[in-house]
Design a protein around this ligand. Structure first.
Ligand code: HEM
Ligand SMILES: *[C@@H]1O[C@H](CO)[C@@H](O)[C@H](O)[C@H]1NC(C)=O
Ligand SMILES: *[C@@H]1O[C@H](CO)[C@@H](O)[C@H](O)[C@H]1NC(C)=O
Ligand SMILES: *[C@@H]1O[C@H](CO)[C@@H](O)[C@H](O)[C@H]1NC(C)=O
Length: 318
């Protein structure tokens, strides 16, 4: 298990200027909110029992948060009269289960008011969602602060499902993440669902002379075409991202090698020697995947935001 140590949030007061070194610590709330993790886990567990789609939603929410403005809970802010927020941007399709974050925040405000940031809540619920789906566990470094800015257009900074390997690599490296992180974290697609619009490029008019992406297994593509006809009218039509959609396993990598991935960005992992070797490795060893995923999640969830406060309500700035 990854056991990276992180420094605590340190501030030096020099004259009237204070210089803060923002870093995270596993022990951040030991004295201020010792029971927070058990409290959060209990709520996530209950929500997952009531709705099987919650775990995937919570994992993806943390990813979207960290890739825009760092992990600062900008993804949770509501739009206001004069600002359209990230969650209402064009790329918000299928982000849901915000109510789980509200439930956690409410309970934590009763337990230790004004202490736990919404950004830390996102990192913790994402970890719990993975673990409670049968995946690995890890210690979550904490101490993030919540941002005050959320802009719909900035959701366009997220990697798109039609990205090729160089575009994915660039998107990740801009955030300090490597090709190893890209492959491990793409394994997050072992949970959840994609709407037809996210993969229609692969099954209709793929290229001038090819209707279907030739790298897809043809019978698999035919099945997807059935669910997602060209002029699809069914509102929530789509496909699960792997065959065991609520279990955190390595089936995603096995299916990828068989031409049964859903997104162009998944398939792209086979177009580079290094990433292809990692896909093969994780397809043959779930344990290797778990180790790599936990390590890369800690990296992703440590992308620095410019947060300034602990929000009282995760949907509005203080
Ligand atoms: C590598 C770049 C990535 C791209 C291009 C990408 C793109 C997408 C797209 C298009 C969907 C389907 C949305 C829909 O149609 O409803 C999706 C779903 C999902 N993604 Fe990713 N993703 C990426 C990386 C990640 C990472 C790093 C994670 C987490 C570690 C993640 C976790 C998820 C989960 C759990 C879902 C299912 C959501 C649900 O069922 O509610 N993705 N992703
Ligand atoms: C935020 O938006 C949601 C959905 O539009 C709404 O139900 C909720 O009341 C809003 N919360 C706040 C605090 O504005
Ligand atoms: C996504 O954005 C659209 C368009 O702005 C909005 O109507 C929809 O409510 C948003 N969905 C979520 C889950 O916030
Ligand atoms: C990926 O797409 C970009 C933009 O369309 C293009 O410039 C680049 O050559 C492509 N890279 C690969 C490896 O296909």
């Amino acid at each position: 298990m990854a056991s990276t140590t992180f420094l605590t949030f340190v501030c030096y007061g020099i004259l009237s200027i204070s210089l803060c070194v923002n870093a995270l610590s596993v022990n951040y709330y030991d004295h201020t909110c010792p029971n927070l993790e058990a409290t959060i886990t209990k709520i996530v567990k209950k929500a997952m029992t009531n709705d099987k789609t919650v775990a995937a939603a919570l994992l993806r929410m943390h990813f979207h948060d960290c890739f825009v403005r760092g992990c600062d809970a900008s993804v949770l802010l509501n739009s206001t009269a004069n600002n359209k927020a990230e969650k209402d941007g064009a790329v918000n399709i299928s982000l849901h289960a915000f109510y789980v974050i509200d439930m956690v925040k409410k309970e934590l405000e009763a337990l230790c008011p004004g202490v736990v940031s919404c950004a830390d809540i996102l990192a913790l619920v994402a970890r719990d969602a993975v673990t409670l789906s049968g995946g690995p566990t890890w210690n979550v470094p904490k101490g993030r602060l919540d941002g005050r800015i959320s802009i719909a257009g900035e959701a366009l900074q997220l990697p798109a499902p039609v990205f090729n390997i160089s575009q994915l690599q660039q998107s990740f490296s801009q955030r300090g993440l490597s090709l190893d992180d890209l492959v491990a974290l793409s394994g997050g697609h072992t949970l959840g669902f994609a709407h037809c619009s996210s993969f229609q490029n692969r099954i209709h008019n793929f290229a001038k002379t090819q209707d279907i992406d030739p790298s897809m297994q043809q019978s698999f593509a035919a099945k997807l075409k059935n669910i997602c006809p060209l002029h699809n009218k069914v509102k929530n039509a789509g496909a699960t991202l792997d065959s065991t959609t609520s279990i955190f396993d390595n089936a995603y990598f096995k299916l990828l090698l068989q031409g049964q991935s859903i997104l162009t960005s998944d398939q792209a992992l086979l177009t580079n020697a290094k990433t292809k070797a990692l896909v093969t490795r994780y397809a043959s060893s779930q344990e290797e995947f778990y180790k790599a995923f936990a390590y890369s999640m800690i990296k992703m969830s440590s992308i620095l935001g410019s947060g300034k406060e602990v929000r009282n309500d995760c949907r509005v700035v203080n």
